[in-house]
Design a protein around this ligand. Structure first.
Ligand code: PBG
Length: 329
């Protein structure tokens, strides 16, 4: 055969493939979502997310030290609150679970980027991300509570506030609240395009935070929409978001790519609990190679255009990259 172009020439060996590789995955791009619980020396296995745990603060700190030594960029904290009420009053308690955890982590590993989730669902009896009044999830009243929650996290030392609630106008309100109180250095990682997805199921199991009635479709986005995602992102940027997020990641790679092309800001993607659980379950059955599935998934999210990835695989991927750098494809 008389071929001018033989693409296989560039696939002949691992070093040649390495030289022409277009996308890099590094531990510094990974953020590990973690669940904080009360107590001491507690490591509660999360049944819906095999290999993940609810950790008491002391255990959490130990884990963060390890994550930092692996080169992981940040952690994103969720509180497993058993004290729930209709108004989410524990969410902004300065001596609350997450607030104490942030203080402890910042003391032990000051450089690790500590991010905190801001939404009311783990703290409300009804399990919605905002307040419920007369059967409706109300917006502006919810934003007031979210601002108090964000402030309490900033006071504890959080580097980034991560509002995941999808209420309108919360990024601007939180930015303003932080600035007024002198926290202009604290960043906002906005869950800007967060879809109403079934892939959050295992996470809701982990926090016992599933909504008791109704669903989240009046605030989270319709999976059918892309233009709306771009609009949400430009609104959040106008309101002062530092980093924008698309969530989930794998079923929205096209959205990540569009956002990457359209905006010149750092883009995050959340490789959510259901995406983690699918791989882990299939690997347990022997149907998938866990490590290879993990690396291929994370690489696809980077290739689509995400700068950083929130993933329950963060630690495993960092360890894998360290042990076997360069041969992950
Ligand atoms: C709640 C929140 C959810 C996740 C992050 N923050 C669940 C939801 O919106 O119901 C999902 C994370 C995951 O599935 O890994 N504000």
């Amino acid at each position: 055969m008389d071929l001018v172009y033989r693409p296989r020439r560039l696939r002949r060996s691992a070093p040649i493939r390495g030289l022409v590789r277009e996308t890099e995955l590094s531990p510094r791009q990974l953020i590990y979502p973690m669940f904080v619980t009360e107590g001491k020396a507690v490591r509660e296995h999360i049944d819906t997310m095999p290999g993940q745990f609810r950790l008491s603060t002391d255990e959490l700190v130990r884990e963060c030290e390890e994550l930092y030594s692996l080169g992981i960029g940040g952690v994103n904290l969720f509180g497993y609150s058993i004290e729930k009420d209709d108004l989410a009053s524990k969410s902004y308690d300065s001596a609350g679970l997450v607030q104490r955890a942030v203080r402890a982590i910042k003391k032990a590993v000051p450089e690790l980027c500590v991010q905190t989730d801001v939404a009311l669902d783990p703290y409300t009896t009804h399990g919605h991300d905002g307040l419920v009044m007369n059967g409706k999830i109300v917006n502006d009243e919810s934003v007031e509570v979210l601002c108090k929650m964000a402030l309490s996290h900033a006071e504890a030392g959080a580097d980034w506030i991560a509002p995941s609630d999808m209420m309108d106008g919360r990024v601007g309100a939180i930015r303003n609240a932080l600035d007024v109180q002198g926290f202009s250095d604290v960043g906002i990682l906005a869950y800007s395009a967060k879809y109403a997805s079934c892939f959050y199921g295992p996470f809701r199991g982990a926090l016992q935070s599933a909504p008791k009635s109704g669903d989240k479709k009046t605030y989270q986005m319709d999976p059918a929409n892309t233009r709306e995602a771009l609009r949400e992102i430009s609104l959040d940027l106008d309101e002062g978001a530092d980093v924008v997020m698309i969530k989930p990641a794998l079923t929205y790679l096209d959205v990540i790519a569009r956002v990457r092309d359209t905006f010149d800001v750092p883009v995050a993607a959340y490789n959510v609990s259901g995406e983690y659980a699918m791989v882990v379950a299939a690997a347990e059955k022997g149907w998938l190679d866990r490590d290879r599935a993990m690396m291929e998934m994370l690489l696809s999210i980077r290739r689509a255009g995400a700068d950083m990835i929130l993933t329950y695989f963060a630690k495993d991927a960092a360890a894998y990259l360290r042990a076997d750098y360069g041969s992950y494809t």
